[in-house]
Write a protein that binds this ligand. Structure first.
Ligand code: CU
Length: 281
Protein backbone atom coordinates (compact mmCIF):
# COMPACT_ATOMS: atom_id res chain seq x y z
CA UNK A 1 0.00 0.00 0.00
CA UNK A 2 1.31 3.39 -0.95
CA UNK A 3 1.87 5.61 2.11
CA UNK A 4 -0.18 8.81 2.18
CA UNK A 5 1.93 11.70 3.58
CA UNK A 6 1.14 12.47 7.23
CA UNK A 7 0.54 16.14 6.43
CA UNK A 8 -2.27 15.25 4.03
CA UNK A 9 -3.86 12.84 6.53
CA UNK A 10 -3.74 15.50 9.27
CA UNK A 11 -5.21 18.11 6.93
CA UNK A 12 -8.10 15.85 5.90
CA UNK A 13 -8.74 14.85 9.54
CA UNK A 14 -8.69 18.55 10.52
CA UNK A 15 -11.19 19.50 7.83
CA UNK A 16 -13.47 16.57 8.72
CA UNK A 17 -13.35 17.33 12.46
CA UNK A 18 -14.06 21.02 11.79
CA UNK A 19 -17.04 20.23 9.56
CA UNK A 20 -18.50 17.63 11.95
CA UNK A 21 -18.02 19.96 14.96
CA UNK A 22 -19.68 22.90 13.19
CA UNK A 23 -22.61 20.65 12.23
CA UNK A 24 -23.02 19.30 15.78
CA UNK A 25 -22.78 22.88 17.14
CA UNK A 26 -25.67 23.99 14.91
CA UNK A 27 -27.82 20.86 15.14
CA UNK A 28 -27.49 19.64 18.73
CA UNK A 29 -31.13 20.47 19.68
CA UNK A 30 -30.15 20.28 23.35
CA UNK A 31 -32.01 23.43 24.42
CA UNK A 32 -35.78 24.01 24.54
CA UNK A 33 -37.51 26.27 22.01
CA UNK A 34 -36.56 29.96 21.90
CA UNK A 35 -39.25 32.37 23.05
CA UNK A 36 -37.45 35.64 23.87
CA UNK A 37 -35.25 38.14 22.08
CA UNK A 38 -32.39 37.11 24.37
CA UNK A 39 -32.68 33.39 23.64
CA UNK A 40 -30.80 33.36 20.28
CA UNK A 41 -27.87 35.23 21.88
CA UNK A 42 -27.52 32.60 24.60
CA UNK A 43 -28.00 29.73 22.15
CA UNK A 44 -25.39 31.00 19.70
CA UNK A 45 -22.89 31.10 22.55
CA UNK A 46 -23.94 27.63 23.70
CA UNK A 47 -23.61 26.25 20.17
CA UNK A 48 -20.09 27.67 19.82
CA UNK A 49 -19.13 25.91 23.05
CA UNK A 50 -20.72 22.65 21.86
CA UNK A 51 -18.79 22.93 18.57
CA UNK A 52 -15.48 23.49 20.40
CA UNK A 53 -16.29 20.67 22.83
CA UNK A 54 -17.10 18.32 19.95
CA UNK A 55 -13.82 19.15 18.19
CA UNK A 56 -11.81 18.54 21.38
CA UNK A 57 -13.67 15.28 22.02
CA UNK A 58 -12.98 14.03 18.48
CA UNK A 59 -9.29 15.02 18.60
CA UNK A 60 -8.66 13.44 22.01
CA UNK A 61 -10.70 10.28 21.45
CA UNK A 62 -9.38 10.00 17.89
CA UNK A 63 -5.78 10.21 19.13
CA UNK A 64 -6.47 7.53 21.75
CA UNK A 65 -8.19 5.22 19.25
CA UNK A 66 -5.45 5.76 16.65
CA UNK A 67 -2.71 4.96 19.20
CA UNK A 68 -4.49 1.89 20.56
CA UNK A 69 -4.67 0.39 17.07
CA UNK A 70 -1.45 1.63 15.52
CA UNK A 71 0.86 1.01 18.50
CA UNK A 72 -0.75 -2.18 19.83
CA UNK A 73 1.43 -5.04 21.00
CA UNK A 74 2.27 -7.38 18.14
CA UNK A 75 2.25 -11.15 18.61
CA UNK A 76 5.52 -12.38 20.09
CA UNK A 77 6.76 -8.87 20.95
CA UNK A 78 7.80 -8.86 24.62
CA UNK A 79 10.07 -5.82 24.55
CA UNK A 80 9.40 -2.71 26.63
CA UNK A 81 7.88 0.38 25.10
CA UNK A 82 10.09 3.33 24.20
CA UNK A 83 10.63 5.52 27.30
CA UNK A 84 9.25 9.01 26.55
CA UNK A 85 9.61 11.80 29.10
CA UNK A 86 7.37 14.75 28.31
CA UNK A 87 7.58 17.18 25.44
CA UNK A 88 8.13 20.85 26.11
CA UNK A 89 6.83 22.15 22.75
CA UNK A 90 3.74 19.94 23.06
CA UNK A 91 3.03 21.21 26.58
CA UNK A 92 3.36 24.82 25.39
CA UNK A 93 0.95 24.03 22.55
CA UNK A 94 -1.72 22.40 24.69
CA UNK A 95 -1.54 25.22 27.20
CA UNK A 96 -1.78 28.00 24.61
CA UNK A 97 -4.70 26.52 22.66
CA UNK A 98 -7.06 26.15 25.69
CA UNK A 99 -5.84 29.55 26.91
CA UNK A 100 -6.92 31.20 23.65
CA UNK A 101 -10.25 29.30 23.69
CA UNK A 102 -11.04 30.30 27.30
CA UNK A 103 -10.12 33.98 26.78
CA UNK A 104 -12.09 34.07 23.52
CA UNK A 105 -15.18 32.53 25.16
CA UNK A 106 -14.78 34.95 28.08
CA UNK A 107 -14.83 37.98 25.77
CA UNK A 108 -17.74 36.54 23.76
CA UNK A 109 -19.75 35.83 26.94
CA UNK A 110 -19.37 39.43 28.14
CA UNK A 111 -20.56 40.59 24.71
CA UNK A 112 -23.63 38.30 24.94
CA UNK A 113 -24.36 39.53 28.48
CA UNK A 114 -24.11 43.15 27.32
CA UNK A 115 -26.45 42.51 24.38
CA UNK A 116 -28.95 40.84 26.76
CA UNK A 117 -29.00 43.94 28.96
CA UNK A 118 -26.82 42.63 31.79
CA UNK A 119 -24.51 45.63 31.82
CA UNK A 120 -27.39 48.12 32.16
CA UNK A 121 -27.99 47.18 35.79
CA UNK A 122 -24.29 47.26 36.58
CA UNK A 123 -23.81 50.74 35.11
CA UNK A 124 -26.51 52.02 37.48
CA UNK A 125 -24.24 51.15 40.36
CA UNK A 126 -21.93 54.10 39.83
CA UNK A 127 -23.43 55.94 42.80
CA UNK A 128 -21.67 57.47 45.77
CA UNK A 129 -21.37 55.81 49.12
CA UNK A 130 -23.56 58.49 50.73
CA UNK A 131 -26.45 58.00 48.35
CA UNK A 132 -26.20 54.26 48.86
CA UNK A 133 -26.53 54.77 52.60
CA UNK A 134 -29.55 57.01 52.07
CA UNK A 135 -31.37 54.55 49.80
CA UNK A 136 -30.38 51.02 50.68
CA UNK A 137 -30.83 48.44 47.91
CA UNK A 138 -32.68 50.84 45.63
CA UNK A 139 -30.64 49.83 42.60
CA UNK A 140 -31.92 46.62 41.08
CA UNK A 141 -29.39 44.12 39.78
CA UNK A 142 -30.00 41.68 36.95
CA UNK A 143 -30.88 42.00 33.27
CA UNK A 144 -31.88 45.57 32.37
CA UNK A 145 -32.44 47.35 29.09
CA UNK A 146 -30.56 46.13 26.04
CA UNK A 147 -28.23 48.63 24.32
CA UNK A 148 -30.99 49.11 21.69
CA UNK A 149 -33.57 50.03 24.37
CA UNK A 150 -31.19 52.25 26.33
CA UNK A 151 -33.05 55.12 28.01
CA UNK A 152 -36.50 53.97 26.83
CA UNK A 153 -39.11 53.11 29.46
CA UNK A 154 -40.45 49.53 29.29
CA UNK A 155 -43.92 49.08 27.78
CA UNK A 156 -45.07 46.87 30.65
CA UNK A 157 -43.92 46.64 34.28
CA UNK A 158 -44.81 43.64 36.46
CA UNK A 159 -43.87 43.21 40.12
CA UNK A 160 -42.84 39.64 40.86
CA UNK A 161 -42.71 38.35 44.42
CA UNK A 162 -41.17 35.03 45.35
CA UNK A 163 -42.26 33.35 48.56
CA UNK A 164 -42.28 29.86 49.97
CA UNK A 165 -43.64 28.33 47.69
CA UNK A 166 -45.23 30.48 45.01
CA UNK A 167 -44.70 33.32 42.58
CA UNK A 168 -47.07 36.28 42.77
CA UNK A 169 -47.47 38.78 39.95
CA UNK A 170 -48.76 42.31 40.42
CA UNK A 171 -49.55 44.65 37.52
CA UNK A 172 -49.12 48.10 39.13
CA UNK A 173 -50.64 50.03 36.19
CA UNK A 174 -53.89 48.06 36.23
CA UNK A 175 -54.00 46.76 39.82
CA UNK A 176 -54.24 43.12 38.80
CA UNK A 177 -52.78 40.32 40.93
CA UNK A 178 -52.23 36.83 39.55
CA UNK A 179 -50.36 33.62 40.16
CA UNK A 180 -49.44 33.32 36.49
CA UNK A 181 -47.43 35.76 34.39
CA UNK A 182 -49.20 37.12 31.31
CA UNK A 183 -47.30 39.25 28.80
CA UNK A 184 -47.91 40.51 25.27
CA UNK A 185 -45.65 39.22 22.51
CA UNK A 186 -43.06 41.57 20.99
CA UNK A 187 -43.15 44.12 23.82
CA UNK A 188 -40.47 45.29 26.18
CA UNK A 189 -41.41 43.87 29.61
CA UNK A 190 -39.70 44.72 32.91
CA UNK A 191 -40.08 42.42 35.92
CA UNK A 192 -39.25 43.92 39.32
CA UNK A 193 -38.35 40.88 41.38
CA UNK A 194 -38.34 40.62 45.16
CA UNK A 195 -38.47 37.89 47.78
CA UNK A 196 -40.44 37.77 51.02
CA UNK A 197 -38.57 35.11 52.94
CA UNK A 198 -35.56 33.30 51.46
CA UNK A 199 -33.64 33.43 48.18
CA UNK A 200 -35.57 32.09 45.19
CA UNK A 201 -34.65 32.17 41.54
CA UNK A 202 -37.02 33.15 38.75
CA UNK A 203 -36.29 31.01 35.72
CA UNK A 204 -37.98 30.74 32.32
CA UNK A 205 -35.98 28.16 30.34
CA UNK A 206 -37.58 29.08 26.97
CA UNK A 207 -36.58 32.73 27.49
CA UNK A 208 -33.03 31.68 28.57
CA UNK A 209 -33.46 34.06 31.50
CA UNK A 210 -32.90 33.42 35.18
CA UNK A 211 -32.65 35.88 38.03
CA UNK A 212 -32.40 35.36 41.78
CA UNK A 213 -35.13 36.85 43.98
CA UNK A 214 -33.28 38.11 47.05
CA UNK A 215 -34.80 39.39 50.32
CA UNK A 216 -33.76 43.03 50.76
CA UNK A 217 -32.20 43.39 47.31
CA UNK A 218 -34.30 44.40 44.32
CA UNK A 219 -33.55 42.47 41.16
CA UNK A 220 -34.92 42.77 37.64
CA UNK A 221 -35.39 40.99 34.35
CA UNK A 222 -36.17 42.90 31.19
CA UNK A 223 -37.09 40.96 28.08
CA UNK A 224 -39.12 40.83 24.92
CA UNK A 225 -41.09 37.64 24.35
CA UNK A 226 -40.95 36.62 20.69
CA UNK A 227 -43.33 33.67 20.49
CA UNK A 228 -46.89 33.25 21.76
CA UNK A 229 -47.59 30.24 23.95
CA UNK A 230 -47.36 28.98 27.50
CA UNK A 231 -43.98 28.33 29.09
CA UNK A 232 -42.94 27.12 32.53
CA UNK A 233 -41.70 29.45 35.27
CA UNK A 234 -39.48 27.48 37.64
CA UNK A 235 -37.85 28.34 40.97
CA UNK A 236 -34.19 27.49 40.41
CA UNK A 237 -32.86 28.08 43.93
CA UNK A 238 -33.39 25.45 46.61
CA UNK A 239 -35.70 27.37 48.94
CA UNK A 240 -37.19 24.80 51.28
CA UNK A 241 -39.19 21.60 51.51
CA UNK A 242 -41.58 22.33 48.62
CA UNK A 243 -39.07 24.09 46.37
CA UNK A 244 -39.76 21.47 43.68
CA UNK A 245 -43.40 22.50 43.45
CA UNK A 246 -42.63 26.22 43.18
CA UNK A 247 -43.64 26.44 39.53
CA UNK A 248 -46.09 28.42 37.48
CA UNK A 249 -46.44 29.55 33.86
CA UNK A 250 -45.82 32.53 31.68
CA UNK A 251 -48.45 33.03 29.00
CA UNK A 252 -47.32 35.03 25.98
CA UNK A 253 -50.38 36.51 24.27
CA UNK A 254 -50.96 38.38 21.05
CA UNK A 255 -51.53 42.08 21.93
CA UNK A 256 -55.34 41.72 21.43
CA UNK A 257 -55.51 38.60 23.62
CA UNK A 258 -53.43 40.31 26.25
CA UNK A 259 -55.69 43.37 26.33
CA UNK A 260 -58.72 41.09 26.71
CA UNK A 261 -57.03 39.13 29.53
CA UNK A 262 -56.09 42.35 31.29
CA UNK A 263 -59.59 43.82 30.95
CA UNK A 264 -61.22 40.65 32.29
CA UNK A 265 -58.91 40.46 35.27
CA UNK A 266 -59.09 44.16 36.01
CA UNK A 267 -62.87 43.95 36.32
CA UNK A 268 -62.78 40.57 38.04
CA UNK A 269 -60.57 41.91 40.79
CA UNK A 270 -62.70 44.94 41.61
CA UNK A 271 -64.47 44.79 44.94
CA UNK A 272 -68.02 44.90 43.53
CA UNK A 273 -68.78 41.23 43.35
CA UNK A 274 -71.88 41.50 41.13
CA UNK A 275 -69.79 42.79 38.23
CA UNK A 276 -67.31 40.00 38.78
CA UNK A 277 -70.01 37.43 38.21
CA UNK A 278 -71.26 39.23 35.11
CA UNK A 279 -68.02 39.20 33.13
CA UNK A 280 -66.31 36.10 34.46
CA UNK A 281 -68.62 33.18 33.70
CU1 CU B 1 -38.33 29.10 45.63
Amino acid sequence: MKQIPLGIVTLIAGILITLISLWVGQNNHLLPEQASAQAPLVDNFFNVMVAIGTALFLVVQGAILFSVIKFRRRRGDNTDGEPIEGSFPLEILWTIIPGIIVIGLGIYSVDVYTEMGGMDAISHHGMTHESMMAQPNSNPIGIGSTPANEGKPPSLVVNVTGMQYAWLFNYPDSNVNTGELHVPVGQDVLLNISANDVIHSFWIPQFRLKQDAIPGQATQLRFTATKTGQYPVVCAELCGGYHGSMRTSVVVHTPEEYDRWLAENRIAQQPEMDRTVAVNP
